[in-house]
Ligand binder design. Sequence first.
Ligand code: FAD
Ligand code: FMN
Length: 598
Amino acid sequence: MLNDADHQGPDPDPRSLLILYATETGTAQDAADRIARNCRRIHFQCRVVNMDDYPLEELVSEDLIVFVVSTTGTGIEPRSMTPLWTMLLRSDLPTDLFEDMQFAVFGLGDTSYEKFCWPAKKLSRRLESLGAVEICARGEGDEQHDLGIDGALLPWISKLIDALLTIYPLPPGLEIDRPDVLPPARVSLTVVPASALHEASDPLQLDDGYHTATLTSNFRITAEDWWQDVRHFEFDFEDDIKYRPGDVAVIHPEVSHSDVEKSLVSLGWEAIADEPFQVQQTLGDQTLPDHLPKVTTLRAILIRHINVNDVPRRSFFEFLRHFVTDELEREKLDDFLSDEGADDLYDYCHRVRRTIREVLEEFRSAKIPREYVFDVFPPMRPREFSIASSVKRHPKKIQLCVAIVRYKTRLKIPRKGVATSYLASLRLGDRIRIGLRRGLISLPSEPHIPVICVGPGTGVAPMRAVIEERIELGSTENTLYFGCRSASKDQHYASEWSGYVDGQNLRYRSACSRDGPEGVARVYVQDLILRDSKRVWEILYEREGYLYISGSSNKMPAAIRAAVRSIAQVEGGMSGDDVKEFVENLEREGRLVEECWS
Ligand SMILES: Cc1cc2nc3c(=O)[nH]c(=O)nc-3n(C[C@H](O)[C@H](O)[C@H](O)COP(=O)(O)OP(=O)(O)OC[C@H]3O[C@@H](n4cnc5c(N)ncnc54)[C@H](O)[C@@H]3O)c2cc1C
Ligand SMILES: Cc1cc2nc3c(=O)[nH]c(=O)nc-3n(C[C@H](O)[C@H](O)[C@H](O)COP(=O)(O)O)c2cc1C
């Protein structure tokens, strides 16, 4: 940590700050925007940039950087941070590489995971070891905090501001801007003739990371009378696409026209919904949604670029407060935004998963100027789906296995997932753009090296891709642990597995947790792995095989790891430290891979 006396003297007064963020689900992006708004109050000019988009060769010439980094997998960095992290880990970097750099790190994580905020911790340590100076102790936001990430973010921003003001005092004549002033909008919108809309290009169509695909299958694979609708999708591509098992399809959802119509009504935007305008970014320190066309309409923005079905973050209420005209509503918002009201805000939104649209229906006096559309509402995130097929078996196609999200909140209000509802609504012949992204799984170099796939529920998607590909390569050394509730209702792709078993290409183990008699302990995939401990040990230790884990629960991967540790103790006679090292080696060698999601 730098203290004032140690400081060798910064540049005269650059007052410019780079904020680099890495996010999986958008929280770090929102935090980065918020940090920038606060730094603007002390007259810093910020650039907020996604790590993916930042030219790494320029890093060495930066003077002052704030890193905002979330955590995914088992304590790993978001994908957009991997190139930066790989670069920083190079062994040939001089230890004074960043001697002119000052930095601060805010990590986002969740203490229910073993490796809380690890990428942020590792990043600040590595930057220091390369000569950079940390100007403010690292902040670590925890989803388990009563106030969520804000519980640590808000006090950390105050510390950051203090540190910046100590090093870069305000020039004479300037004052700190008040926090309750409405910030300027991040875009200006200029109305243009309808012809401009037709001439404007769609960045998603032009993005060569995406390909046009036609839907050729969309059918349910769970029993009709089962509570959950899990579907198999197939898309045909015009391009000769290439992907590997474990790779991921990136889909930009669209909100249904009826939902958009309701939002337009509650926002009072019906009359201007289809008026075309040109979008010009006016604030470089606030982010915009990806793939935003230069000319668009409010309706198109609500369909594709913002998400009013998200649970609102604090920043939403901070903006909303400026746009309500009713005194009682403003008082309520002031209360939510006060220190004492933070718990009430959490109860109002997060506990009951109230959506932005529902909040707007309660704060009816709000009149949101359309210029503020990207300040008030969060961007629509593209969603990722593990590809469930091998391109070797299905050239120019991908298949997906998707659980359509439907649930009821604590207030018994029905909810639909945005992207899965969109996918479910697609009809055969519909054409959409799909991105392909490298996943975490790498196959063994030889088909005779055994693999164990653990994929309960839709976690079976990447495992199906692995197994298809391995069988195409002539491998018979494949084991699948599949978990579901009922053998007859939600055992996805059961007939395929039994075909492979008959052909001696697969060893299939299924844990159907609700099929056992009442009162008997339920069996899960980790229990089967423990039962097979000798074989699992032989595969992982003696034959240097691979273990892939995929699924949607954060408890399951931890339980599988615990089972592996226990097997190393029982079958390998290893003690505490050796077990730890064994598991770490598996991970380092890419022989233990987790691809999990919330
Ligand atoms: C690398 C990767 C691979 C993936 N692969 C697959 C895959 O193969 N198949 C698949 O189906 N999904 C997969 N996912 C998840 C997928 O990306 C979506 O997040 C998921 O399908 C939900 O998207 P949605 O837009 O429909 O839901 P959203 O609109 O984003 O809503 C989902 C949110 O609703 C809330 N929620 C959901 N159910 C409940 C409940 N019962 N109670 C309370 N709250 C609830 C949760 O907060 C959840 O985060 C993958 C994710 C990643 C990151
Ligand atoms: C699949 C998944 C894995 C996660 N793994 C970890 C972890 O290992 N350690 C941790 O501290 N937080 C973990 N988290 C919590 C996230 O880092 C946290 O929710 C964060 O706010 C997400 O920020 P983002 O939306 O910017 O990605 C995980 C979250 C998910 C969905």
